[in-house]
Design a binder for this molecule. Structure first.
Ligand SMILES: Nc1ncnc2c1ncn2[C@@H]1O[C@H](COP(=O)(O)OP(=O)(O)OP(=O)(O)O)[C@@H](O)[C@H]1O
Length: 284
Protein backbone atom coordinates (compact mmCIF):
# COMPACT_ATOMS: atom_id res chain seq x y z
CA UNK A 1 0.00 0.00 0.00
CA UNK A 2 1.02 3.57 -0.56
CA UNK A 3 2.01 5.14 2.74
CA UNK A 4 1.86 8.66 1.31
CA UNK A 5 -1.78 8.28 0.19
CA UNK A 6 -2.84 6.78 3.50
CA UNK A 7 -5.02 8.91 5.74
CA UNK A 8 -4.58 8.69 9.48
CA UNK A 9 -7.46 7.49 11.67
CA UNK A 10 -5.34 8.21 14.74
CA UNK A 11 -2.25 10.35 14.99
CA UNK A 12 -0.19 10.81 18.13
CA UNK A 13 2.81 13.09 18.43
CA UNK A 14 5.23 13.09 21.33
CA UNK A 15 2.83 11.01 23.43
CA UNK A 16 4.30 10.28 26.87
CA UNK A 17 2.92 8.76 30.05
CA UNK A 18 4.65 7.86 33.33
CA UNK A 19 3.19 5.06 35.49
CA UNK A 20 5.32 4.31 38.52
CA UNK A 21 8.78 3.43 37.22
CA UNK A 22 7.42 2.81 33.72
CA UNK A 23 7.62 5.44 30.99
CA UNK A 24 5.72 5.25 27.74
CA UNK A 25 7.21 7.15 24.83
CA UNK A 26 7.54 9.82 23.74
CA UNK A 27 5.77 8.11 20.84
CA UNK A 28 4.93 9.33 17.35
CA UNK A 29 2.31 6.98 16.00
CA UNK A 30 -0.03 6.90 13.01
CA UNK A 31 -2.84 4.39 12.66
CA UNK A 32 -3.95 4.33 9.01
CA UNK A 33 -7.64 4.73 8.19
CA UNK A 34 -9.37 1.79 6.52
CA UNK A 35 -6.89 -0.83 7.67
CA UNK A 36 -6.38 -3.29 10.51
CA UNK A 37 -3.43 -2.54 12.77
CA UNK A 38 -2.22 -5.09 15.29
CA UNK A 39 -0.22 -4.10 18.34
CA UNK A 40 2.21 -6.57 19.88
CA UNK A 41 4.70 -6.45 22.74
CA UNK A 42 5.65 -8.36 25.87
CA UNK A 43 3.68 -8.19 29.13
CA UNK A 44 4.19 -4.75 30.63
CA UNK A 45 5.59 -3.25 27.40
CA UNK A 46 2.94 -0.52 27.36
CA UNK A 47 0.20 -1.66 24.97
CA UNK A 48 -2.73 -0.96 27.30
CA UNK A 49 -1.15 2.31 28.43
CA UNK A 50 -0.79 3.35 24.78
CA UNK A 51 -4.40 2.49 23.92
CA UNK A 52 -5.82 4.17 27.03
CA UNK A 53 -3.70 7.26 26.54
CA UNK A 54 -4.68 7.53 22.86
CA UNK A 55 -8.34 7.37 23.90
CA UNK A 56 -7.92 9.97 26.61
CA UNK A 57 -9.00 7.43 29.27
CA UNK A 58 -5.62 8.19 30.80
CA UNK A 59 -4.25 11.71 30.69
CA UNK A 60 -0.91 11.88 28.84
CA UNK A 61 2.00 13.69 30.51
CA UNK A 62 2.96 15.12 27.12
CA UNK A 63 1.96 15.00 23.49
CA UNK A 64 -1.10 15.38 21.30
CA UNK A 65 -3.58 12.90 19.84
CA UNK A 66 -6.05 13.35 17.01
CA UNK A 67 -8.78 10.78 16.39
CA UNK A 68 -12.52 10.57 15.64
CA UNK A 69 -14.95 11.72 18.35
CA UNK A 70 -15.23 9.11 21.12
CA UNK A 71 -18.90 8.36 20.36
CA UNK A 72 -17.76 7.05 16.96
CA UNK A 73 -15.09 4.84 18.51
CA UNK A 74 -15.87 1.30 19.71
CA UNK A 75 -13.73 0.30 22.67
CA UNK A 76 -13.05 -3.10 24.20
CA UNK A 77 -10.88 -3.41 27.30
CA UNK A 78 -10.67 -6.29 29.74
CA UNK A 79 -12.34 -4.18 32.42
CA UNK A 80 -15.94 -3.84 31.22
CA UNK A 81 -17.71 -0.49 31.22
CA UNK A 82 -20.97 -2.13 32.32
CA UNK A 83 -22.30 -2.91 35.80
CA UNK A 84 -22.43 -6.56 36.91
CA UNK A 85 -26.09 -6.37 37.95
CA UNK A 86 -27.23 -5.06 34.58
CA UNK A 87 -28.92 -7.32 32.11
CA UNK A 88 -27.41 -7.44 28.61
CA UNK A 89 -30.33 -5.39 27.25
CA UNK A 90 -29.77 -2.71 29.97
CA UNK A 91 -26.14 -2.45 28.92
CA UNK A 92 -27.29 -1.97 25.32
CA UNK A 93 -29.76 0.75 26.39
CA UNK A 94 -26.96 2.57 28.27
CA UNK A 95 -24.70 2.40 25.22
CA UNK A 96 -27.53 3.47 22.88
CA UNK A 97 -28.06 6.58 25.00
CA UNK A 98 -24.61 8.02 24.43
CA UNK A 99 -23.44 6.58 21.12
CA UNK A 100 -24.72 8.10 17.91
CA UNK A 101 -26.03 5.77 15.22
CA UNK A 102 -26.87 2.92 17.61
CA UNK A 103 -28.28 0.00 15.59
CA UNK A 104 -30.41 -2.16 17.91
CA UNK A 105 -31.09 -4.97 15.39
CA UNK A 106 -27.37 -5.11 14.58
CA UNK A 107 -26.51 -5.45 18.29
CA UNK A 108 -29.20 -8.14 18.76
CA UNK A 109 -27.85 -9.99 15.72
CA UNK A 110 -24.36 -9.93 17.23
CA UNK A 111 -25.74 -11.28 20.52
CA UNK A 112 -27.51 -14.11 18.67
CA UNK A 113 -24.34 -14.87 16.77
CA UNK A 114 -22.35 -14.96 20.02
CA UNK A 115 -25.03 -16.98 21.86
CA UNK A 116 -25.64 -14.23 24.41
CA UNK A 117 -29.12 -14.02 25.95
CA UNK A 118 -30.28 -10.35 26.12
CA UNK A 119 -32.03 -11.19 29.42
CA UNK A 120 -28.86 -12.57 31.06
CA UNK A 121 -27.19 -10.61 33.85
CA UNK A 122 -23.70 -9.38 33.04
CA UNK A 123 -22.30 -10.99 36.20
CA UNK A 124 -23.63 -14.40 35.13
CA UNK A 125 -21.75 -14.39 31.83
CA UNK A 126 -18.54 -16.43 31.54
CA UNK A 127 -15.30 -14.54 30.88
CA UNK A 128 -15.50 -15.34 27.18
CA UNK A 129 -19.17 -14.38 27.00
CA UNK A 130 -18.42 -11.11 28.81
CA UNK A 131 -15.71 -10.47 26.24
CA UNK A 132 -18.14 -11.11 23.42
CA UNK A 133 -20.69 -8.78 24.99
CA UNK A 134 -18.12 -5.97 25.13
CA UNK A 135 -17.34 -6.61 21.45
CA UNK A 136 -21.05 -6.54 20.50
CA UNK A 137 -21.52 -3.30 22.47
CA UNK A 138 -18.44 -1.76 20.87
CA UNK A 139 -19.71 -2.65 17.38
CA UNK A 140 -23.35 -1.71 18.04
CA UNK A 141 -23.20 1.67 16.31
CA UNK A 142 -20.98 0.68 13.36
CA UNK A 143 -18.03 2.69 14.74
CA UNK A 144 -15.54 4.17 12.32
CA UNK A 145 -12.72 3.16 14.65
CA UNK A 146 -12.55 0.05 16.83
CA UNK A 147 -9.89 -0.14 19.54
CA UNK A 148 -9.65 -3.53 21.20
CA UNK A 149 -7.23 -4.51 23.95
CA UNK A 150 -6.54 -8.24 23.66
CA UNK A 151 -10.04 -9.03 22.35
CA UNK A 152 -9.21 -12.67 21.67
CA UNK A 153 -7.87 -13.49 25.14
CA UNK A 154 -10.33 -15.67 27.03
CA UNK A 155 -12.02 -16.84 23.83
CA UNK A 156 -11.97 -20.47 22.76
CA UNK A 157 -10.47 -21.20 19.31
CA UNK A 158 -13.86 -21.28 17.55
CA UNK A 159 -14.93 -17.99 19.15
CA UNK A 160 -11.55 -16.46 18.23
CA UNK A 161 -11.99 -17.48 14.61
CA UNK A 162 -15.56 -16.12 14.68
CA UNK A 163 -14.37 -12.80 16.09
CA UNK A 164 -11.75 -12.47 13.38
CA UNK A 165 -14.45 -13.25 10.76
CA UNK A 166 -16.72 -10.66 12.33
CA UNK A 167 -14.00 -8.02 12.28
CA UNK A 168 -13.30 -8.91 8.65
CA UNK A 169 -16.99 -8.40 7.80
CA UNK A 170 -16.91 -5.10 9.70
CA UNK A 171 -13.93 -3.99 7.62
CA UNK A 172 -15.72 -4.90 4.38
CA UNK A 173 -19.02 -3.29 5.25
CA UNK A 174 -17.77 0.03 6.49
CA UNK A 175 -14.87 2.37 5.86
CA UNK A 176 -13.63 1.18 9.20
CA UNK A 177 -10.35 1.13 11.06
CA UNK A 178 -9.39 -1.47 13.64
CA UNK A 179 -6.54 -1.22 16.16
CA UNK A 180 -6.12 -4.18 18.45
CA UNK A 181 -3.48 -5.55 20.78
CA UNK A 182 -2.81 -9.25 21.10
CA UNK A 183 -0.35 -11.85 22.31
CA UNK A 184 -1.67 -14.32 19.77
CA UNK A 185 0.44 -13.38 16.78
CA UNK A 186 -1.31 -15.94 14.54
CA UNK A 187 -4.41 -13.71 14.83
CA UNK A 188 -2.39 -11.00 13.10
CA UNK A 189 -0.80 -12.99 10.34
CA UNK A 190 -4.01 -13.57 8.40
CA UNK A 191 -5.89 -10.46 9.43
CA UNK A 192 -3.77 -7.37 10.13
CA UNK A 193 -2.35 -5.06 7.45
CA UNK A 194 -0.11 -3.08 9.80
CA UNK A 195 1.89 -3.89 12.87
CA UNK A 196 2.87 -1.74 15.82
CA UNK A 197 5.50 -3.37 18.02
CA UNK A 198 6.17 -1.85 21.44
CA UNK A 199 8.89 -2.82 23.85
CA UNK A 200 9.78 -1.12 27.12
CA UNK A 201 7.39 1.75 26.34
CA UNK A 202 9.17 2.50 23.06
CA UNK A 203 8.08 1.95 19.49
CA UNK A 204 10.24 -0.76 17.94
CA UNK A 205 8.46 -1.07 14.61
CA UNK A 206 5.44 0.48 12.91
CA UNK A 207 4.68 -0.47 9.33
CA UNK A 208 2.94 -2.91 7.06
CA UNK A 209 3.21 -6.65 7.60
CA UNK A 210 4.40 -6.95 4.01
CA UNK A 211 7.31 -4.58 4.68
CA UNK A 212 8.12 -6.41 7.89
CA UNK A 213 8.23 -9.74 6.08
CA UNK A 214 10.41 -8.23 3.33
CA UNK A 215 12.81 -6.45 5.68
CA UNK A 216 13.59 -9.32 8.02
CA UNK A 217 14.62 -12.95 7.65
CA UNK A 218 14.69 -15.84 10.08
CA UNK A 219 18.20 -17.27 9.97
CA UNK A 220 19.05 -20.74 11.22
CA UNK A 221 21.66 -23.42 10.62
CA UNK A 222 24.56 -25.29 12.12
CA UNK A 223 27.11 -23.44 14.23
CA UNK A 224 29.79 -23.68 11.52
CA UNK A 225 27.71 -21.14 9.55
CA UNK A 226 28.35 -18.53 12.27
CA UNK A 227 31.38 -16.27 11.89
CA UNK A 228 32.83 -13.33 13.83
CA UNK A 229 31.54 -11.10 11.00
CA UNK A 230 27.97 -12.37 10.69
CA UNK A 231 27.12 -13.20 14.34
CA UNK A 232 26.77 -9.50 15.35
CA UNK A 233 24.20 -9.03 12.56
CA UNK A 234 21.84 -11.51 14.25
CA UNK A 235 19.19 -10.19 16.60
CA UNK A 236 18.28 -12.53 19.46
CA UNK A 237 20.96 -15.10 18.54
CA UNK A 238 20.18 -18.43 20.20
CA UNK A 239 22.82 -21.15 20.22
CA UNK A 240 21.55 -24.69 20.69
CA UNK A 241 23.42 -27.98 20.50
CA UNK A 242 25.30 -27.55 17.25
CA UNK A 243 22.77 -25.11 15.81
CA UNK A 244 21.70 -21.46 16.05
CA UNK A 245 18.84 -19.23 15.05
CA UNK A 246 17.85 -15.56 15.09
CA UNK A 247 16.52 -12.67 13.02
CA UNK A 248 18.49 -10.55 10.56
CA UNK A 249 17.81 -7.64 8.25
CA UNK A 250 17.30 -9.03 4.74
CA UNK A 251 19.95 -6.61 3.45
CA UNK A 252 22.53 -8.51 5.54
CA UNK A 253 21.73 -11.87 3.89
CA UNK A 254 24.94 -11.89 1.86
CA UNK A 255 26.99 -12.26 5.05
CA UNK A 256 25.62 -15.78 5.48
CA UNK A 257 26.96 -18.72 3.48
CA UNK A 258 25.02 -21.50 1.78
CA UNK A 259 25.14 -23.70 4.92
CA UNK A 260 22.79 -21.24 6.60
CA UNK A 261 19.06 -21.19 5.87
CA UNK A 262 17.07 -17.97 5.50
CA UNK A 263 13.28 -18.08 5.71
CA UNK A 264 10.45 -15.55 5.84
CA UNK A 265 10.00 -14.84 9.56
CA UNK A 266 6.74 -15.15 11.45
CA UNK A 267 5.70 -12.18 13.59
CA UNK A 268 6.24 -14.41 16.60
CA UNK A 269 9.86 -15.09 15.62
CA UNK A 270 10.52 -11.38 15.17
CA UNK A 271 8.93 -10.49 18.53
CA UNK A 272 10.58 -13.33 20.46
CA UNK A 273 14.07 -12.74 19.07
CA UNK A 274 13.79 -9.02 19.54
CA UNK A 275 12.92 -9.49 23.18
CA UNK A 276 15.96 -11.72 23.59
CA UNK A 277 18.08 -8.88 22.27
CA UNK A 278 16.82 -5.98 24.30
CA UNK A 279 19.91 -3.83 24.24
CA UNK A 280 19.97 -3.76 20.42
CA UNK A 281 19.12 -0.82 18.17
CA UNK A 282 15.50 -0.36 16.99
CA UNK A 283 14.38 -2.72 14.24
CA UNK A 284 13.12 -0.02 11.94
N1 LIG B 1 -1.55 1.57 38.19
C1 LIG B 1 -0.25 1.48 37.87
N2 LIG B 1 0.70 2.07 38.63
C2 LIG B 1 1.99 1.98 38.31
N3 LIG B 1 2.45 1.32 37.24
C3 LIG B 1 1.57 0.71 36.45
C4 LIG B 1 0.18 0.76 36.71
N4 LIG B 1 -0.46 0.08 35.75
C5 LIG B 1 0.49 -0.38 34.92
N5 LIG B 1 1.70 -0.01 35.33
C6 LIG B 1 2.98 -0.30 34.68
O1 LIG B 1 2.94 0.18 33.35
C7 LIG B 1 3.65 -0.72 32.51
C8 LIG B 1 2.88 -0.93 31.23
O2 LIG B 1 1.67 -1.61 31.52
P1 LIG B 1 0.63 -1.95 30.38
O3 LIG B 1 -0.59 -2.49 31.06
O4 LIG B 1 0.48 -0.79 29.48
O5 LIG B 1 1.38 -3.11 29.58
P2 LIG B 1 0.83 -4.14 28.49
O6 LIG B 1 1.81 -4.12 27.36
O7 LIG B 1 -0.59 -3.84 28.14
O8 LIG B 1 0.94 -5.51 29.28
P3 LIG B 1 0.10 -6.88 29.20
O9 LIG B 1 0.49 -7.54 27.91
O10 LIG B 1 0.61 -7.65 30.38
O11 LIG B 1 -1.36 -6.55 29.27
C9 LIG B 1 3.91 -1.99 33.30
O12 LIG B 1 5.28 -2.07 33.53
C10 LIG B 1 3.15 -1.81 34.57
O13 LIG B 1 3.90 -2.30 35.65
Amino acid sequence: MNAIATEAAVRAEGLAKHRGTFTLGPLDLTIPRGFVTGMVGANGSGKTTTLRTLLGLMRPDAGTVSMPPLERVGIVFDQPFVLPDWRVRDAAAAYAAFRSGWDGPHFEGLCRRFGIDPAAKVKDLSRGEGNKLMIALAMGNHPELLILDEPTSGLDPAARADLIDLLREHMQREDATVLFSTHITSDLEHFADHLVFIDGGQLVYAGTLDELAADFAYVHGTLDGLTAENAPLIRGLRRGQGSFDGIIRTRDSAAFGSAVQLDAPSIEQIVVHHQQHREGAPLS
